[in-house]
Write a new protein. Structure first.
Length: 205
């Protein structure tokens, strides 16, 4: 029953959606950062961080709090390893590939905050640094007006065309406080079936 993030939040025909609630974006970000951290920690790169390669499943649909599936949206990255096989002979350096992962993460966040699907190539391919800055500025202004400073600064640190993107360790350290919110939700999700099973067990006994 999984669908991609693109299918979930962006219509197929026009790549347009609506800006998403910040709490949902942080939840998705914590899960993606956790996955990227595991991959980069093993001296590898994800290389498939795109809206159409991230699967999303929604648990306990009857009890979700909103149409976005808050707070039980679960993400999984699909197709990992395929590009490494297809481009094995022409593989780039690890640092370059991991930096590309971080840029891709920034584009995912920018897409979710602005309601428009944005790919890395839309910004960086065949554009000068000045043109890249001009393209990003309009998006950054929207994010600054509608979301917290923490989220805005994080997106800018990933997509700033004049500097390398912040590494996964830096991103993880910078959002540590947000991770506790996700941990609380995870514990709540674990407690629900445990409580239900306890009731069934006691009834049977």
């Amino acid at each position: 029953g999984a669908v991609t993030l693109r299918e979930r939040f962006f219509p197929d025909s026009q790549r347009q959606g609506v800006p998403l609630p910040e709490s949902l974006i942080w939840s998705c970000l914590v899960q993606l950062v956790s996955a990227i951290r595991a991959v980069h920690g093993n001296n590898l790169a994800v290389r498939t961080l795109q809206l159409n390669h991230i699967l999303c499943t929604q648990e306990n649909i009857s009890s979700v709090a909103s149409s976005y599936g808050l707070p039980k949206l679960r993400l999984r990255i699909n197709c990992i390893g395929i590009i490494d096989i297809l481009e094995f002979e022409a593989r780039k350096g690890l640092e370059e590939l991991q930096n590309a992962d971080m840029r891709a993460l920034g584009c995912i966040l920018l897409s979710m905050t602005c309601g428009t699907e944005i790919n890395v190539n839309d910004i960086y391919r065949n554009n000068t640094v000045q043109q890249q800055g001009q393209v990003l500025m309009q998006y950054f202004e929207f994010v600054q007006q509608n979301y917290s400073r923490d989220l805005s600064n994080l997106i800018q640190s990933l997509l700033n065309p004049t500097a390398p993107p912040t590494g996964i360790r830096g991103i993880a350290a910078g959002m540590a406080m947000r991770a506790f919110d996700e941990l609380d939700v995870a514990h709540g999700s674990i407690d629900e079936p445990s409580t239900a099973l306890t009731g069934i067990y006691e009834s049977g006994r």
